[in-house]
Design a protein around this ligand. Sequence first.
Ligand code: KG4
Ligand code: ZN
Length: 358
Amino acid sequence: MTRGGSHVGSAAGAGRAALVLGIETSCDDTSVAVLEGGARLRAHLIAAQDVHRIYGGVVPELASRAHLELLPRLVGRALAEAGAGARDLTAVAVTRAPGLVGSLVVGVAFAKAYGLALGIPVIGVNHIEAHLHAGTLELGPSPEPAVALVVSGGHTELVEVRGVRRYRWLGSTLDDAAGEAFDKVAKLLGLGFPGGPEIDRLATEGDREAFDFPRPMLDQPGFDFSFSGLKTAVALALARRGGPPFPPALVADVAASFQAAVVDTLVSRATAAVAAVGARALNLGGGVAANRELRHRLGEACAARGVEMRVPSPRLCADNAAMIALLGAWMLERGELPDPELDVAASLEESGLPLGGD
Ligand code: KG4
Ligand code: ZN
């Protein structure tokens, strides 16, 4: 039986709100959530793995080990915080793709064992699809059609959202993800990992026009992105000035000029997508959604077009299990059958996401 006034776990079972355990282990954050009735977050824990910091990037082998260590403890804590017992759970939802294979395997193997022991379904969720809808938990349902921009360390995706499980892919990065570009440029500048937050901060002290960095792909039709050329342009500019440590004023100018180039590119593509789709809302997600210049500029662009810009709090923008539990709850509600062969997939292409749009 549960505490906290919930009707979950009530003796009758009729009209029982689903209580879904969400598990996210696709990269370097271990996260667990308990979601009731597809809406009420009763617990949400995110453990960032500090172990990668000294390496200046995520080390896949270390990430898998850390997930293995953290996951059982986080599940216990999340259930305690939710005031629920394992037997109160209706289903387990787990990220199955895309991501680091070793990390995904830890989450999926745990979820399968847990679900089997409890005799409840285990739903495999697509991580990017979950990002598209994460804002719903705080902001309510999004108007449709919507455009979603997911910008993180691993992804830069622009998607038309016509409804739950109805998407049309508009564009992706052809090389580095936006967050990856932030992290790589931060490394070139001698800053810590992850570099995005520090570049965001330093950019306010620099001149965004000090360097004329390229706005990649903007001369091309379509909605794809490319950030590796921009990173190379930064590397070349810095190579002419010796190695780190660089003077603080130079670091701030490079940070501001680089960020301006990334933000110009993202805003230009996203607003073109909004216009092409006739979108009523722009949903922003992924860790880079925390970037203040990006939020500000996208906000202005949306306001000028009468489009609702929706950005959930940083916890729901970053990798998190709440969004995984949400998608799992929706899939369960739609009667989608759990796949007994549930397996992981590293890439978005193999991840089985419905992309036709209908
Ligand atoms: O979604 P997320 O938490 O996880 C992964 O992709 O693994 O995104 C992390 C990414 C990192 O690349 C980080 O540098 C970037 O988001 N990031 C930012 C900011 N905060 C985090 N990039 C730019 N500006 C920020 N304020
Ligand atoms: Zn993510």
